[in-house]
Each structure stands twice: as C-alpha cells, then as structure tokens.
Write a protein that binds this ligand. Structure first.
Ligand SMILES: [Zn+2]
Ligand SMILES: [Zn+2]
Length: 816
C-alpha cells in the first residue's frame, strides 16, 4: 500500500472536513453516558483576529478535552464570542464602522482560525453575546437579581467631562484630563447606577476557596480581592459637639499612638467640622480631590497632601484632644471614610505626620531590639506608652482593647471586606440595555419578563461623548416608553449592562444554546454542570472568575441551579512572550497564527507552543525552535510509512513488524504512564519530550507490533490530532482515533531499571536477586525470601533482624 509523505496542508484540511461531516466533536448531550465539560475562556472577537496567546490558551484546554475523550468520556468542548463591550465599541469608533457591521466580520474570521487550529469544538452549540436570543437571558438574570434584592440602585461617582457633557470611561481620562479635551479637567460626578450585591456573598466566596480545585495563584488573588479583615469600629468624641466620628481600624492595639485623624474629602462631615477661617482652603482641596482617580489617590509614592480642619477629636483611651485633617489618601469607599492616624506604626500616616510635623508616638516595641528609626514599625511586639497595657504582647491587646472599649460603649468588633458591590451600569451603547423603566407615578418598574429582550436600537450616532448625554437617552423612540404598571409616560434606563455580566453566565448557556424558552435546560444543566475543567488566563482571576462564582451562588439560592461553584477545576496558564519581550502591537511582535499554520501546519504550531515551557508558567516563542517540532511530525509519519510498507525509499534501516523486544516494550510502557501523568498535571512540555524519546526508540527497534503502533498514534492524538488521525487511518483502523481508548500500561514494564542485590544470611552470600532501583526493604526482603538458595538457608530458623543497604545488599540475622 502506498502512502503519501507528510503534508500538513492536505492532512489537516482532510481531517477538519471529516470531523465536521461525521460530527466527531458533537456529543449527544441528552444521551451521553459519561459527560465531561471542558471550557476555554470566552474570546472577544477582535478585528486583529486570533492572537497566538488565545491559541496557546485554547490548545492547552483542548488537550484536556481530547485526553479525557480518549479515557472514555463524552467530552463537550464548546466555543462562543464575547462580542459586546467597550473594546468592540472603541474599535468601532476608531475605524468609524458600526459595531453591528464589524462584529459579524470579526466572528467569521475567528471561526475560520479556530477551525484551522484543530480544536475539538462543538460548533453546534456556539454562543454569541450580541445575539438577542442570548442577551434576552442576560436581561432576565438582571431581573432575577432585582427580584431577590441582589440588584439595587444608588449614587456612585463617574468621570464627567464638562466639555463633552457626558460620562467618560476610565481609559479616556489621561492624567486627570479628558482624552478629547486635553485642557479640561475631568470631574467626578455622582450618577444613579445599578449595583449587584456581591458583598452579600463575601464570606462564602472566601470559604469555598478552601475546597475548590483551582490554581493556587488564582485563589490567592481572589482572597486578596475579597480582603477580609478583622477589626473594630471605634467612636471618637468631637470637641464641642454631641455627635461622634467613627473609624474602622484593624489595629486597635495601636490606639494610644493615634495622634491625629484624617477624613476623606467626600466625608459628609467635612464642611461641618471645618472652622470658618479654613472653609475656603478646605473647599478648594475637596474640589481638587474629586477630580482624581482612586488609583492615583492611594499611590504610595505620591507626596501626601491635606488641610487641617481646625477641629479636634478626643482619643478615647488617652482622653487627649487630637486634630482632624482632610486628605485624599483616605477613601470614602473604604471603612467609614475616616481613620485614626498612628504614624509610628503605619507607613502612610508616618509620611503624612512627617510632612506636617504631627506627633509620632511609638506604642509597640519590637521584641528583638529597638524599632528602626526614620520609618513606621507595622509589626508586632509588646506594648509601650499604653497605660495599663504596657508590657503586654500587642497581639493580645488587639482583642483586649476592643473588648474594653466595647464595655464602655465606644467600640464594636467588626469583620470587614475589601470587596465592593459590582457596578453594572455603563453609560455606553454597545451592550444589552438594562431592563428597567422609570415611571413618574410608580417609580422603578422592571420590564415584564415576557417583554424581553429589550432590543438594543440601531443608532447612527452611538458615540458616548456626543452632546446630549448617553447614547440610548438621545434616541427618543427608545428612551420614551409607557409604564408597564399604570400605562402612564415613563422612560427606559439609558445605560447598558457591564460586559462582565455577558461572560459571567455563558458556560450555563452552552449546553442549552439556542433554547428560546429557558436560559438553561434543567436536565442538561444537571447532567453537564458544573464545568469539569476550565483553563484560562490569570488576568481574569478577580473579576470574571469572582462574578461567575457570585452568580452561581445567587442562582443556587434562588433554586435555579443545584451547585454553587461553577468550575470544579480551574488552571491558569502562563504568559507567552516573544524572543524575551512581551507581545504587543506597539512592539510590533504579535504572532499571527495564520502564517505559522500555513508554513508548518497546525499540529506543529500546537506542539511548539506547548513545548515552550511548563504550561502553567508560559514560554518564550522563538522562530528558530518551531522547525524541530515539524521534523518530529515528519519523522513520525515516515516511520509509519516505512513500517507499514509504503515508504520504499527510506535510507535508514527500519523496524519490521513483529514482536516488540523487551527494552522497547519497557520504553513504550514507561512513556504511556508518563504522558498520562504529565497530561493530568499540565506538564505538556515534558510529555512532548517523552514522545520524542519514544519515537527515537521505536525507530531503532528491531520490530514493532500493533500495540506499539496503535499506542504511539493515540499518545500523539491530544497534541497533534490531525496527524494522529492520519496515522490511525494508515494503520487500517475504521473511524476516528478519538474513538479509541488511551492505552493501558503494564506496571511491571514501567519499573525504571533493576539492580542486583546480594542476599546474605549471617553475613555469608547465599544468592542474588533483582529488584527495582531504590526499592524499599519490604520489597527486597520479599524477593530474597523467594530465592531458593536463600530460602534453604533460612529453613527452620528465626529471623531476628534484617540489615538492608539500598541497591546493594540485604543480610538476614537469624537464631536457630
Ligand atoms: Zn471631553
Ligand atoms: Zn407607572
């Protein structure tokens, strides 16, 4: 039989067409007996096309899907497109094309590229967030959260350009100025916006991190983002006033060192507490602070600024009056918007006190010598300058001082989280309209569920910064409506929802894609969810992954689903760089996968990307390396041609078909074990190295049997699916290699190597045995006792002691 030489162009197109024709990658979701749901992160279909970083992420996820399929699972590996949002909208604005025209073009290109990469995708369940059949349910989710008091409306600050007369995004604020009006400082304005009450789940989001099987780096990022802290609210009396100033602190043990207080510029008491002669100065300071973004305000490196209000509070433990300042390094959103400043033990307070010559009183002394001079000491130690607490360990005083103050009614222990509620409103165009109506008589009225979707109108001018406010409010036919309750005049919400909401539930939709009656079918959801394996970038650790978890918990509490954690397993992949540099458009070093597939084939690119380094750590893409993987695949192909009789012109001596010699069998079984172990541990690079070694070994073998030939093709299949199919066909098998089963290894053949061990009885050599290198005493002893000569010398005797020298000898000490 004649076979054709390795030609990825031919082979890859052939098998992609076959998979599509045979629906190889479309499991019967209703009937599949052994479901395994593998998920890759929702791509945003950019105009540039698939980034090699996407290819890297997707291939790594695809390997998991393909491997589990070979283990006998029915694998569902869906894909879709996250096409709403500010990225798409900004790009559409830049090239002056309507996003509704742009998106289908980008999606078509992505589909082509994803098919080209040979991913095991089930295209019959594609999901597109901009499809009204999808965002109808995004809006429905909003209504469910509203119904359960998990969606609420409140004033929240946004960036406002007084020249544009509109809200602008954070990205459009350049050094405090409007991107379009570089001379115009951006203001912070309060607008009514929608929030999801994710903070109601803070402790649960934290607790479940104890048991979900996720990458450690991702869990750490989530823990930090949730930011649980234990502390106390403490009330400071105000000089000459009846009310009090409340602060939240995690360090009640430092209370004796509180020498001044600071309140945020947005604090409601700012102007009230300000002495008349300071009002102008404070008002100007507050106005300037409003123009700054939070990230700038809390920047540690920035020089501290502030104004003393001319008012004083009373330190509740010392009874001494301390001055109150306003400063932008305190944020209104955190704690109570006011702090007690302890410059001796807090870096920022120290910098502030130094600049304004405020007293710095140490109240905790390190156990191992004096505190370092010229800086704050944030650590633990024993109490000093703290009255009755002097000499006690500071750790003990954390609780004790709180308890003492609680008994006086001026403090209360409290757990606080850094996590904030999720702001959903976006004053933009390209998203699902928020399904809420405002009636003059009835107030807030949700759109009735049977009227969903609220269609996004096709707007000629969708610019966020056209005069006249938000894009959807400028469109009268959309904005003006009638109240579903009283029929009177009303208007729709002019905002769209956050893009992160679209992608916070897409994995629930995939099995039920296209279902017009329900967002997710209960039976399919029961069968397929939660997701078995999720692979993606750690840049999504805190927002996307937190939101998905929150929604699942909320849905479970509403009785809509049966689980509260969406992903049984999540693994974060590493970062791919190019020739030592970060890939970016500005560096001009972005890799277009098309070029490499055209030149080397998709199987080569897949293997090369995964060979670059440990998958969870990333790798450095260098053009010079890819050819090695191409050669590996060529040689694999030629080996099969030669052995199966179609090669003809190979100059090397080739193995015949026949029984596999023991050393080759050992190599084969060791490799089967290793590749399986590595795949489960995401050690793709070491698995590929093992396949390379195995190929060399098989090529040099005197003979290859069917098991060897079948096994190598199957081991290769997750990495290079097209070529594996081709080899499988060359072997004469019917159907796809993915209908085969992962080969089982014989444990006896996987023993690394064996060593000869001397067996003594009372110090005299009585025989030798073979045992695995580094075998334990039990194993060696058992082997020795099975030796005839040794057994004879032990007959009728009582073993009192066994001396085992690993890999060398075992000596039996006996008594008659
Ligand atoms: Zn502007
Ligand atoms: Zn009404």
């Amino acid at each position: 039989m004649a076979f054709e030489a390795y030609d990825p162009q031919r082979i890859e197109k052939k098998w992609q067409a076959c998979w599509e024709r045979e629906k190889t990658n479309e499991p019967d979701l209703a009937r599949a007996p052994n479901p395994f749901y593998t998920l890759m992160m929702f791509p945003y279909p950019s105009a540039e096309g698939l980034h090699v970083g996407n290819v890297y992420a997707f291939t790594g996820a695809d390997l998991q899907g393909r491997y589990h399929r070979l283990l006998g699972h029915d694998v569902f590996e869906p894909i879709g497109f996250d096409a709403f949002g500010i990225h798409s909208e900004n790009y559409a604005l830049r090239i002056n094309t309507h996003p509704s025209k742009l998106i289908p073009r980008n999606v078509a290109n992505f589909r082509r590229q994803l098919r080209m990469m040979g991913l095991m995708l089930d295209w019959s369940h594609e999901v597109l967030t901009t499809d009204p059949g999808y965002y109808k349910w995004t809006q429905w989710i909003f209504l469910q959260l509203y119904k359960h008091d998990l969606a609420y409306r409140r004033q929240a600050p946004v960036n406002w350009c007084p020249q544009c007369h509109t809200v602008i995004a954070n990205e459009q604020v350049i050094a405090g100025m409007c991107e379009r009006h570089p001379d115009t400082p951006v203001e912070r304005r309060n607008l009514e916006q929608w929030f999801f009450r994710i903070t109601a789940y803070a402790q649960r989001l934290l607790d479940n991190l104890e048991w979900i099987d996720w990458s450690a780096v991702t869990k750490t990022a989530q823990r930090n983002w949730i930011g649980r802290s234990e502390g106390a609210d403490i009330d400071f009396a105000l000089e000459g006033r009846a009310d009090k100033l409340r602060v939240y602190t995690t360090r009640p043990d430092t209370l004796f060192g509180a020498t001044y207080m600071v309140i945020a510029p947005e604090h409601p008491l700012v102007m009230e507490l300000t002495a008349p002669e300071k009002r102008a100065e404070v008002a100007a300071y507050v106005a300037a602070a409003r123009r700054m973004r939070d990230v700038e305000r809390i920047d540690e490196a920035r020089e501290k600024s502030g104004v003393a209000l001319g008012a004083r509070a009373i330190n509740p433990v010392t009874g001494l009056p301390i001055p109150i300042w306003v400063s932008d390094y305190v944020l209104i959103e955190y704690g109570t918007g006011a702090i007690m400043a302890v410059p001796a033990h807090d870096e920022r307070d120290y910098a502030f006190a130094t600049k304004f010559a405020l007293p710095i009183i140490p109240v905790i002394a390190p156990e191992d010598g004096p505190a370092p001079a010229g800086e704050a000491y944030p650590g633990e130690g024993h109490m000093v300058n703290s009255g009755p607490y002097d000499g006690l360990p500071s750790r003990e005083c954390l609780k004790r001082i709180t308890a003492d103050l609680e008994s006086r009614g001026v403090a209360k222990a409290r757990v606080q989280y850094r996590l904030r509620d999720w702001c959903i409103s976006r004053q933009r165009y390209w998203g699902p309209p928020i399904p809420m109506i405002y009636c003059e008589r009835c107030g807030i009225v949700p759109v009735p569920e049977n009227e969903l979707p609220v269609l996004l109108p096709e707007l000629e001018d969708f610019r966020p910064d056209s005069p006249g406010g938000k894009p959807l409010e400028r469109e009268k036919s959309f904005h003006e409506t009638t109240c579903p309750q009283c029929g009177g005049p009303a208007h729709r919400d002019g905002d769209v929802s956050d893009n992160f909401l679209d992608s916070a539930w897409y994995f629930l939709r995939y099995p039920s894609a296209g279902n017009a009656r329900q967002p997710w079918d209960p039976q399919l959801t029961h069968k397929w969810l939660p997701v078995d394996m999720y692979v993606g970038g750690n840049e999504h650790a805190v927002l996307h992954l937190m939101y998905t978890r929150f929604l699942c918990m909320a849905f479970k509490d509403m009785g809509l689903i049966e689980f509260e954690e969406p992903f049984k397993k999540f693994r974060a992949h590493g970062l791919l760089i190019k020739e030592g540099a970060k890939m970016s458009k500005t560096h001009g070093n972005v890799i277009n996968p098309d070029e490499y597939v055209e030149r080397y084939g998709a199987d080569t690119l897949r293997m090369y990307l995964l060979f670059l380094g440990p998958y969870t750590e990333g790798g450095d893409f260098r053009d010079s390396g890819i050819v090695g993987l191409r050669r590996f695949l060529e040689r694999a192909h030629r080996l099969y041609m030669d052995v199966l009789g179609g090669g003809g012109n190979s100059r090397e001596e080739v193995p015949r078909r026949g029984e596999l010699a023991r050393p080759n069998a050992v190599k084969l079984h060791q490799t089967i074990r290793k590749v399986g172990d590595d795949l489960r541990a995401f050690g793709y690079n070491t698995a590929i190295a093992a396949l390379m070694e195995l190929q060399n070994d098989l090529r040099a073998a005197p003979a290859l049997d069917d098991f060897a030939l079948d096994s190598f093709a199957i081991l290769l299949a997750p990495f290079a699916p097209h070529e594996a199919e081709e080899l499988w066909e060359m072997l004469g098998h019917e159907g796809s290699v993915f209908a085969a089963r992962w080969p089982a290894f014989d444990p006896a053949l996987t023993i690394e190597d064996q060593v000869e061990i001397a067996v003594q009885v009372m110090g005299k050599l009585r025989g030798t045995v073979l045992a695995a290198r580094d075998a334990g005493e039990g194993e060696v002893r058992a082997a020795a006792l099975a030796n005839e000569s040794v057994a004879r010398h032990l007959e009728g005797k009582h073993v009192v002691k066994v001396i085992h020298v690993p890999n060398r000898l075992v000596n039996f000490v006996v008594k008659p």
